[in-house]
Design a protein around this ligand. Sequence first.
Ligand code: DAH
Length: 338
Amino acid sequence: MGVFEEIDAKLSALEEAAKREWSEAPAAERENVRLRYLGRKGSLNAILRGLKDLQPEDRRTVGERANQIKDTLTALFGDSEPVGDTQLSPGYDYTLPGRPRPRGKRHILTQTMDEVMDIFYGMGFEIADGPEIETEYYNFSALNFPPDHPARDMQDTFFLNDEYLMRTHTSPVQVRVFERQRPPVRILAPGRSYRHEAINARSYCVFHQVEGFFVDVDVSFGDLKGILLAFAMEYFGSDAKLRFRPSFFPFTEPSTEVDVVCLLCGGKGCPICKHEGWLEILGAGMIDPAVFAAVDYDPKVFSGYAFGMGMERIAMLKHGIDDIRLFYENDLRFLRQF
Ligand code: DAH
């Protein structure tokens, strides 16, 4: 057999083998089959490289035959030349939908704080914050807590040493803002607070509060009621109703605790509101002259209101969450619902 016949036989065998392997290869393997026969270092090119040893007329015949096979195989394997440096497999169905990737989202408490801030921001409040590690002075003394007040007890407060503690509420931000700003001040201060409390479904050692306060000339209790009702209708819905109960805080006079009508029963009484029809959401009042004295505001000229609202509390009411610990356990089955 001459060189020509030998190469011709090789070409025929190659074509047969290529077709068979292609039809038998699983989709993921087909790219390898293609490279093995048509790639730059593939079998077909190896044969074509031997053409230089042939007589010129044989070379043309074999060349034509080789090119024919190349065309046949290219058509069979599909038009799947590598694009850029990505190897696209010819068996790939580009119309398949992509693989969904799990998407993260903001924690329900962050969402709640953002929503509350948005509402008050829209009513002219500016956002401020203060340190979570506070001094005894800002957390208690400047807010008119007497030296023997039970809240100062180690039982309720995480003390770090004689002077520093984890703030038990966001009210100290009032004093910090008053010290550096003259009225009018209209501030919303969101943040974490800490209490040395037994952990159960209703209380946790850390929680989130939003403190709001407004000081100017002629600020009245009526202004406080108006702003809180506007907030409740925006956050809970337009049929939200509020109830103001007399209460006591050292830094406000008069003081009030505010309830929202039970969202579940509309005030008729149900297990969620313990048959009261109402649920407490915040403490508030008119800022005590003793607080103004600590920051050199003249109580004869200025008056102001303040309120402090628990974020876990309002989120639990709005979304029907019955255990505060859920916010802190990072159970994705819980978090994904919001
Ligand atoms: N700081 C209080 C607490 O944590 C809540 C509070 C009550 C804040 C009355 C206020 C207020 O600003 O006026 O229990």
